[in-house]
Design a protein around this ligand. Structure first.
Ligand SMILES: Cc1cc2nc3c(=O)[nH]c(=O)nc-3n(C[C@H](O)[C@H](O)[C@H](O)COP(=O)(O)OP(=O)(O)OC[C@H]3O[C@@H](n4cnc5c(N)ncnc54)[C@H](O)[C@@H]3O)c2cc1C
Length: 378
């Protein structure tokens, strides 16, 4: 059995991340929710607090910390703002392929600026024809001398309009079984962010489309080997993507429990706070049980990864459990609030909307079950 007790440093890191979220993010939540835009002040604060640097190796200006610290940061920030947790989670997803598969030249070119939060990143895989099935994508490349020419469109991309460094997956125009992953930056011609989505929840996080038209990419921008790009992006989604969504879901579960406790203590019925009602206590207990179970699953998977083994299957279990549990938690929190839960002034109404947006990213619950099913049969 793997030991995943937090070290003293990790406990201190959590304290710092919580304080950061409460002092630097909380006051922007309403504004981001209303405008549907990521706050520049929050992005700046994330950079200054080194939240963008967590998983970047020290030699490239990062903190060189592990999956556990990243999970702590995403969880604590999502407790205050699911949208900001999501932004940070996909930021790390954009970095991972550069760290794991980028050449030394690419690492030196991009990682220091990303670590400082001066650059923002994302990973663009999904298309109208390929979400759960990434092999169904139609974005394609062809070789022209030493360059690749990319054409296509991506949809549902987090940080689409704010990222200036993106990892993009495309298919060989002539061989549908060969894929390449490239890192693109804002200085390159031939790609732009187009449509912005208006999501039911997680509104303060930017999601949209990217279009590539005869985008010329030097071969030096390729991640991993030519034809093997699917592995580059799917490995990042399996570890960092799923792991990050666990953090987002856990943060939301915690927020649901805390708001419910607060309301249950304040709302007086029959001359007593409703916290005295057994039914309310049962609901609070359910919230706590789901949260503890999710944390155990998530931090176990992160600890395995930090010990140098891959844990994308364990993350699939944790992602399934926590993203389903955060929907249960949000519904229960709204129920505990009675009619107040349906009013926008109460945060739990936002939690309910947010909880439904947490599910699909990095793979739906159905896909997690497909992965877990294959794992138990292997
Ligand atoms: C808020 C948000 C942010 C996102 N950010 C990004 C991002 O930054 N980058 C990126 O590349 N993508 C991103 N995505 C896209 C996300 O990865 C896809 O939405 C997800 O993979 C599902 O794909 P789809 O939406 O095309 O649904 P589909 O694949 O069309 O699925 C439709 C339904 O079919 C089910 N289904 C599909 N295949 C199976 C199967 N084999 N067995 C059983 N059921 C199945 C699904 O579970 C679902 O219920 C984001 C999505 C959201 C909502």
């Amino acid at each position: 059995m793997i030991d995943f007790t937090f070290t003293e440093e990790q406990e201190m890191f959590r304290k710092a991340a919580r304080e950061f979220a409460e002092t630097q993010v909380a006051s922007y939540v309403d504004e981001m929710e209303k405008t549907g835009e990521v706050s520049d002040a929050v992005v700046k604060a994330l950079g200054e607090a080194e939240m963008m640097a967590i998983t970047i190796p020290e030699e490239y200006g990062g903190l060189g910390l592990g999956y556990t610290e990243r999970l702590i940061a995403v969880e604590e920030i999502s407790r205050v703002s699911v949208a900001t947790g999501m932004m940070l989670q996909v930021f790390a997803l954009g970095i991972e392929p550069i760290v794991k598969f980028g050449s030394e030249e690419l690492k030196k070119k991009y990682l220091p600026g990303l670590a400082r939060g001066e650059r923002l990143s994302t990973t663009a895989v999904t298309e109208a024809t390929g979400g759960s099935d990434p092999t169904g994508i139609r974005s394609s490349y062809k070789k022209e001398g030493d360059d690749f020419i990319l054409n296509g469109r991506k949809c549902f991309i987090t940080n689409s309009h704010i990222a200036d460094t993106i990892t993009v997956l495309a298919k060989d125009e002539e061989n549908p079984k060969a894929f390449c992953a490239f890192v693109l930056d804002k200085d390159m011609d031939g790609w732009k962010a187009t449509h912005k989505e208006h999501k039911v929840g997680m509104r303060g996080c930017n999601t949209g489309e990217l279009a590539f038209e005869n985008c010329r990419i030097p071969a030096t921008q390729m991640l991993g080997e030519e034809g093997k790009g699917l592995r580059v992006t799917m490995a990042a989604i399996g570890d960092v993507g799923r792991g990050g969504m666990v953090g987002v879901a856990l943060g939301l579960q915690t927020a649901c429990l805390e708001e419910s406790i607060k309301f249950a203590n304040e709302r007086i019925l029959y001359g007593k706070p409703i916290a005295a009602l057994q039914t309310i206590q049962n609901k609070l207990a359910d919230l706590k049980i789901d949260l503890e179970a999710g944390q155990l699953l998530g931090y176990r998977a992160a600890a395995i990864q930090d010990k140098g083994q891959r844990s994308s299957n364990e993350f699939a279990v944790a992602k399934y459990y926590t993203t389903e549990a955060c929907q249960r938690a949000a519904k229960m929190a709204v129920d505990i609030h009675g009619g107040y839960g349906c009013m926008e002034e109460y945060a739990v109404s936002r939690f309910l909307r947010d909880s439904y947006v947490v599910g699909p990213s990095a793979g739906t619950s159905d896909i997690m079950k497909v992965i877990i099913g294959r794992w138990v049969l292997s």
